[in-house]
Design a binder for this molecule. Structure first.
Ligand code: SAH
Length: 352
């Protein structure tokens, strides 16, 4: 591994001051930025509008890291999962999810995850490191290309619902979104981007202060502390009442409704009191609810509740005018569905 600096970890401003110090013209920073982000070149030699001297200098001092899609799996429902190899050999996964009207990229923000949600396969990997902005951006580019090549359609949406907790890699996630949405990058609309969080109240407030244009989703799964404490240990330090306050603040600052992600499990959160707690939650904060199907991760403790329980949730929410959508899993056969991203094939390869 090289000890040169990753040039794509620098902001345009940082590149500019670096060049000025070298005695170069500041506008060269824009040219370099365009090569790096819009044209996606992999070699300084390809920056043909720079002098040979400057190209050589950059070559000696920086690297351009690139991800590599090591393995691509296609589900029978059209979902595609990429195993993405990073510059240091670590692997993350990202997923392309096609529907009739959209193509969504589900992107990872960390290698592994430090959270401890008992129902999620990624939690078993533990967190190894944060992804750099370019590693996040490149996952989007890879999926955008697959959308065009395999489906002849543009990428329409991005969700940060892959591996990791985006708000624990705050700066890099925001830097990546800035590139994804800027005209020198992919020029995508921030309204089509959703960042999903386990619900870190402090970070939600911090994010609200930036008044971002993208959307926020929160993985709630229970609005009762006694239940949420057991299934998502983060709740012990970050109780539901704090979440409500943080989401109220989010709404006041952004006027954007948060989407709550919610799985209904048998004997865990399928009773009337669980439904009532969610209804009370939603009465306090403007939300939408996605009732997502559980994807078993082998240990049998968690089981999808009966459909009647899911319907009871939906009815109770609709009765207070909260939109509640039941979401079917996608890409289950290739372990690409929510909570299934665990580098399974890599682990198997390493064990073989
Ligand atoms: N850390 C962020 C981003 C991960 S998003 C967050 O917690 O929101 C992944 C989504 O899938 C989360 O809503 C998570 O709660 C959900 N999930 C995890 N394991 C799951 C499983 N086995 N079945 C269905 N959804 C799961």
């Amino acid at each position: 591994m090289s000890d040169k600096r990753d040039i794509r970890a620098l902001s345009r401003k940082e590149i500019k001051s670096y060049l000025v110090e070298l005695g170069e013209k500041p506008f060269r920073a824009n040219q370099i930025f365009e090569w790096l982000w819009q044209k996606g070149i992999k070699d300084f030699d390809d920056m043909t509008n720079l002098s040979k001297e400057l190209r050589e200098h950059l070559q000696e001092n920086f690297v351009i890291n690139h991800i590599r899609v090591d393995e691509m799996q296609r589900s029978e429902d059209g979902t595609i999962k990429n195993a993405v190899r990073l510059y240091d050999g670590k692997v993350v996964e990202s997923v392309l999810i096609p529907t009739d009207t959209r193509i969504t990229a589900c992107i990872s923000s960390q290698v592994g995850c430090s959270l401890d949600c008992n129902f999620c396969a990624t939690a078993r990997l533990k967190r190894m490191r944060n992804l750099n902005p370019d590693e996040i951006y490149d996952q989007v580019v890879a999926i955008k290309n697959e959308a065009e090549n395999f489906y002849g359609r543009p990428l329409t949406n991005i969700v940060f619902m892959g591996m990791g907790e985006p708000l624990m890699n705050y700066n890099n996630v925001l830097a990546a979104i800035e590139k994804i949405t800027s005209p020198e990058g992919l020029g995508m609309s921030p309204k089509r981007i959703t960042v999903s969080t386990v619900g870190l109240s402090k970070m939600i407030r911090k994010l609200a202060d930036e008044k971002p244009k993208f959307k926020l989703a929160l993985s709630l799964h229970s609005a009762r502390d006694e239940v949420r404490d057991k299934i998502m240990s983060i709740n012990l330090k970050n109780p539901v009442s704090d979440l409500i306050e943080a989401l109220k603040y989010w709404y006041a600052e952004t006027k954007s409704r948060v989407t709550l992600e919610y799985v209904v499990w048998r004997d865990i959160n399928d009773k009337a009191e669980d439904i009532q707690a969610l209804v009370d939650f939603c009465k306090q904060v403007p939300t939408k609810v996605n009732l997502i199907e559980y994807n078993p991760i082998d240990d049998g403790i968690f089981q999808q509740a009966d459909y009647a329980a899911v319907e009871a949730y939906q009815k109770a929410l609709q009765a207070i005018d909260v939109v509640a959508t039941v979401r079917r899993s996608r890409g289950k056969d290739i372990d690409a569905a929510c909570g299934q991203l665990a580098n399974k094939n890599q682990v198997e390869l390493e064990q073989a």
